[in-house]
Design a protein around this ligand. Sequence first.
Ligand SMILES: Nc1ncnc2c1ncn2[C@@H]1O[C@H](COP(=O)(O)OP(=O)(O)OP(=O)(O)O)[C@@H](O)[C@H]1O
Ligand SMILES: [Mg+2]
Length: 288
Amino acid sequence: MGEGETLEAEISVRGLTKAFGTQTVLEDITCDIPKGKITLMLGPSGTGKSVFLKHVMGLLRPDRGEIWIDGKNLPALPSRELYKIRRRMGVLFQDGALFGSLSIYDNIAFPLREHTRKSESEIRSIVNEKLDMVGLGGAEKKLPGEISGGMRKRAGLARGLVLDPEIVMFDEPDSGLDPVRTAFLNELILDLNRQLEATFIVVTHLVQFDTKEAMFNSDLPVVRQFLAGSTKGPIGMSEEADQTKPVSTSGMSYEETEELERVAGAPEGNGHAEGNGHAEAFGLKRGA
Ligand SMILES: Nc1ncnc2c1ncn2[C@@H]1O[C@H](COP(=O)(O)OP(=O)(O)OP(=O)(O)O)[C@@H](O)[C@H]1O
Ligand SMILES: [Mg+2]
């Protein structure tokens, strides 16, 4: 972000506090999520990232605090109004959350059939457009169990995009994925943010730290850059930042995407293996 540049907030969170029983999970969280940008939220497992997203989606009600979107405070809205705002959000859930017995096509068509009165031919053209967008063209007849973990995430993402959301949330897009598929998925996220005029929130472990202190004291360049909010460093925010990053798979067929990932060293099979592949080439070596 250039100095003096002011960003319009898409979401304003004020004093958000939530406890489950005696366990306070979110305490007095105040932040603005800028419109049209990608906001990254980092934290070890169990620190409340998914709980935070569920508040932004209006699926959980805070004990205290406000969540402002489009001049409306979510916790104060009646459910009909909340529903309207929620329709403008797309979510890629942690596990993709696909229906195992439905084809990829029917999974992606689901929100359109559920929430709109579009004809099947309109639905077909939207589903195909989103499939292409996420690098999954031609995979519509497959079942979730027949494609790799990376492809399932892409399908979940395509489903999250069919209602043309203004806000897209990614809950740990990297979870359960090998580093190569993670790198391609990350590149796709960057590309989609440029293509769509939507606000993205990405939640991730990124690198595993046992404590907050360990993260703040880390020497990892990517973490230093993140904490400093700098555009210079391994996180590719400027054109020259990262020459080794993978190409975007947006617009590719699923066969082309799979081939590209395989050539880059993604492990065979469902993509859950912890193979190292050529992830180092992308500067994404795990646990380094
Ligand atoms: N509905 C709920 N009822 C009770 N406790 C909950 C509920 N949802 C979450 N929690 C607790 O809140 C804490 C934060 O959970 P959350 O799922 O937000 O963590 P997270 O940061 O997303 O972790 P991960 O990286 O593993 O997904 C956990 O201790 C969890 O057990
Ligand atoms: Mg979570």
